[in-house]
Design a protein around this ligand. Structure first.
Ligand SMILES: NC(=O)c1ccc[n+]([C@@H]2O[C@H](COP(=O)([O-])OP(=O)(O)OC[C@H]3O[C@@H](n4cnc5c(N)ncnc54)[C@H](OP(=O)(O)O)[C@@H]3O)[C@@H](O)[C@H]2O)c1
Length: 231
């Protein structure tokens, strides 16, 4: 793949940080975002990416993010909508403000940022948009009202954007990982060699981007082959 200009939301840890590392190692320019300065600065200095403190649920931050991409890279070829948060609660005990905050990032923030990036992609006549959904966006589960609903929304929105943007040669892909051993949801220290790591998802995304521009994968699910193995 020739050098591209990547905007990766939530690049300070987990899947976004792994993808930032892979994209930089392959010679691409990267602006990556997160809400906290310190982990972002660490990823930026380790990879040479530009780290930008920006919250995707804040419209003014999204405006600033797109400006920074124009300033630092001259535009955006690849938008990775990765930033998201997590909230699980049983129906009957759900905190509606917490669910609204989750949707502000996982759904409305993703849409607001993409709404600002798509005019640039339409003008240049190409682009890739990768939306991080989840297997939680393919089947319901206990306690998943807020998070699973947001990830079903990501898959539905992805299909709408595919219908709108394919005629502009813009590819839109949703990625549906199963459990990935990041610090997601407050988890720490998971290191089971039979389960997915962030790098597995980053490699999947790079493989999708590497396809010839005439072809694209609309949706990719990623599972661990044998997560039950004791070895
Ligand atoms: N891990 C899994 O098992 C799994 C499975 C399926 C799908 N996914 C999806 O994969 C994506 C990445 O997950 P992950 O496991 O890598 O998560 P993670 O390790 O928790 O990393 C999330 C990243 O997003 C940033 N972030 C969170 N809210 C943000 C906001 N409002 N604005 C900007 N940045 C924000 C975080 O930094 P700050 O906190 O500093 O903002 C961090 O860099 C998410 O969309 C998630 O739903 C994860």
């Amino acid at each position: 793949m020739e050098p591209k200009r990547f905007l990766i939301t939530g690049g300070s840890q987990g899947i976004g940080a792994a993808l930032t590392g892979l994209a930089r190692a392959a010679g691409h320019a990267v602006v990556c975002t997160g809400r906290h300065e310190e982990p972002l600065a660490h990823v930026a200095s380790a990879t040479g990416a530009v780290g930008l403190v920006s919250d995707n649920s804040v419209p003014a931050d999204n405006e600033r993010t797109v400006e920074a991409c124009r300033r630092e890279m001259g535009g955006i070829d690849v938008l990775i909508n990765n930033a998201a948060s997590w909230y699980d609660a049983a129906i009957g005990e759900l905190d509606m403000d917490a669910m609204r905050r989750l949707f502000d990032s996982n759904v409305f923030g993703m849409v607001d940022l993409t709404n600002r990036v798509v005019p640039l992609m339409k003008a240049q006549g190409w682009g890739d948009i990768v939306n991080l959904s989840s297997t939680s966006g393919t089947k319901g589960r206990k306690l998943g009202t807020a998070y699973a609903a947001s990830k079903w929304a990501v898959r539905g929105i992805t299909q709408c954007w595919q219908a709108e943007l394919r005629p502009h040669s813009i590819r839109v892909v949703s990625i549906c990982p199963s459990e990935v051993q990041t610090r997601w949801g407050g988890h720490e220290g998971r290191d089971n060699p039979n389960k997915l790591y962030a790098i597995d998802i980053a490699e999947t995304i790079m493989a999708a981007l590497a396809m010839h521009p005439r072809a694209f994968w609309p949706e990719l699910s990623v599972f661990a082959t044998n997560p039950w193995s004791e070895q």
